[in-house]
Structures are given as C-alpha cells and as structure tokens.
Design a protein. Structure first.
Length: 361
C-alpha cells in the first residue's frame, strides 16, 4: 500500500497530530471533558479542594493542566473570584523552598488582571521571600475576595529532593490549603502520598486532595482525536483512521503518534511498511516504560507485552501464549521455591502473593 496525497491533505497542510509535547493550541485538544469539569467543580465549590492529577508518562497530564489554565474562565460561573496560574517544574525547577514560594509570587505579579495596588506589590516583592511572606500576601488577596489556583506540572520533581522539599515544606503547603486561601492542581505520575511514603516522610499534606486519575481515552474521544483538524475535513481518510485506532488503541500519545506517521506517509508518498516501522520505532520507549511500570501480575505483563507488539497482532498473540504457558510459570515457581527455601517469606505470605499475581489485584 502506498499512501498518496488527497485534495484534503496537500503537502503544505500542517500536521494536526501532536505526539510528545503538551498540546498548546486549544483547537487541537480533544476529549477530557469530564476531567475539566471535575477541576472546575473542585475550584468553584463552597470550599476549594486541591487536586492531584495522576497518570503514566505521556497520558496527557500536561495538556490537561494547560488546557484548564487557558480555558478556566469559560468553566466557572464567577471568573472574577479566581486567578489561575501554570508552572512546569521541568522548565522552572526551584532549588529551595523559599525559591518555590518566590516563584508563586512572581506568577501572581505577572498577571495584569490582579489588583496590583502598592500594598500587594510590596508584600510580593520583599527580599528574602519566605513562606510566611507568601502567607501574608494570600491574606491580602483573600481580603479582595480572590482565590489563586496554581496548576503545577511535574510536581514529583520537587518530591524527589526531600533535603530541600521535605516534611516542613509539605506541612507549609498543608497549612496554606487548610486555610482555603489558595488551591493547588498538581500533576504527577504517582499520587503525592506515594512519593511521601517512598521518601520516608510523615507529612499528610495531600491526604485530603482529590485524586484525579488520568487514563486512556474513551472510545468516542479516541475517534474524535483521529478526526483532527475538523470532523468536516479530517486529515486522515477512513481507512487510515481505522489503522491508527488499531495501532494506538485508546492511548492519547499512541493515537497522536499513529496519526502523525500516517499523515506524514500520505504527505511524502511513503508505503505501509515505512509507516509500520516508523510507528514501532517511535513507540518503543513508551511501551517499555508502560510494561515495567504496571503492577506485577500475569494479566498486566501479558497485556503490556501484547501492547508492545500491537502492530503485529498475530505474532503478539502467539508470543503472549508462549509467555503465559512457558516462561511466566517457570519464573513464578522458581521465585516461590527460593522464597520458601531461604525463609524470606512464610508460606502464608507466599500464598497471598501468588493469589495477587494470578488475579492482578
């Protein structure tokens, strides 16, 4: 099969599929309507509730936060009550706790729609700037009936450095959230409480935050994405969209990637073999990460292995059967025998672990 140009896909047409970076153009952002409504509801309720957006790499957390930051005024009844800000800690990674609060102060000062009177400006520009200074500035904003909402992407960048961002820092955040004078929407691969536990910290700063787990698209969202840039004039033909759905499933990144390589093949006159090879090469790293990051269970391993070879469905099915019937049982029995013989696990724990492995829970 050779992908040829059509009247709707000239060489000069920009590719509407964004595989990798966060989606900036709201016209190219698809789906997540329920998640956006949830963020707006947690913000505009009687009392704001901070949110922890959790999801695997390239599932769309950054795009969701950015889209909410750019469109929040359309989603709440009284926009004048709020001021929403966005920061990505891969781009602006504060080295210390004081630098973190200074970053938030700079975000506040940078918004022209805030009431920038001399008292507020003075409170936000003291030097050195600490959590106590930030708290004082929040009191001034509360007096004006204004709630700052900070969308913080890649929040785990801070949590992995407990020397600078340990219990004291998290307890400061908890104190700020408990006063209802600000709200955080933080995105991380794992829940914040999990990072706190891994770092052997004791703070319960985000224990009461709303946990918004971001997963794959629903079927209708996946289909909508493949109709970009417009349902009336999609960049891909029906057969190409079906192929993209077969390869990408409902995963946002894999769908974007499949759409992009199919678009480029049609634009450049590439054949089917090139498309399949390009998609496999570009998706390899993500699929490896997804396989290793899933819970250890026969079901999860088999699904991940099959997904890793998704573009070769027949071969993947044969490999899955081999994996399930030969390799995995051998590895499981070896591990159990070692645990029992060495006394590293009592028989009851071994049985419990085996049951969890089988049912995937």
């Amino acid at each position: 099969m050779i992908f040829t140009r059509t009247p709707r896909s000239p060489g000069s047409l920009a590719c509407p599929f964004i595989a990798g970076p966060k989606i900036i153009d709201p016209l190219l952002f698809v789906g997540r309507k329920d998640e956006l409504r949830t963020l707006a509801a947690r913000m505009s309720g009687v009392q704001p509730v901070s949110v922890n957006v959790v999801g695997e790499r390239r599932i769309g957390k950054s795009s969701l936060l950015w889209q909410f930051y750019r469109t929040w005024e359309q989603r709440v009844d009284v926009p004048a009550r709020f001021a929403v800000f966005y920061a990505d800690f891969q781009e602006a990674d504060p080295p210390t706790e004081d630098a973190f609060f200074q970053l938030l102060a700079k975000l506040l000062l940078a918004r022209p729609d805030l009431p920038q009177d001399s008292q507020l400006a003075a409170a936000l520009t003291v030097s050195p700037f600490t959590c106590q200074d930030f708290t004082a500035a929040l009191a001034l904003l509360a007096g004006r009936g204004l709630l700052p909402v900070f969308c913080l992407d890649e929040f785990e960048m801070l949590l992995k450095r407990k020397e600078q961002f340990g219990d004291r820092f998290l307890d400061h955040l908890r104190g700020l959230m408990d006063t209802s004078r600000l709200m955080f929407i933080v995105a991380s691969r794992k829940p914040v409480v999990v990072y706190v536990k891994e770092q052997k910290l004791t703070s319960n700063a985000f224990n009461n935050a709303y946990l918004l787990r971001l997963g794959e698209f629903r079927d209708e969202e996946a289909d909508e994405l493949l109709l970009l840039p417009s349902p009336l004039a999609p960049a891909l033909e029906l057969e190409e969209r079906a192929l993209a759905r077969k390869w990408g499933g409902r995963h946002p990144y894999l769908l974007q990637l499949a759409g992009r390589v199919l678009f480029e093949a049609k634009r450049d006159g590439k054949n089917h073999a090139w498309v399949k090879k390009e998609f496999a090469a570009q998706s390899e790293q993500l699929k490896k990460e997804s396989l290793w990051n899933r819970p250890l269970s026969i079901k999860a391993i088999a699904q991940g292995y099959r997904s890793a070879l998704g573009i070769m469905a027949d071969d993947a099915e044969r490999c899955r059967k081999i994996l399930l019937t030969l390799v995995l049982p051998l590895l499981v029995l070896t591990g159990l025998a070692y645990a029992l013989l060495t006394g590293k696990m009592p028989p009851k724990d071994v049985l419990d672990w085996l049951l969890k492995l089988i049912i995937g829970k």
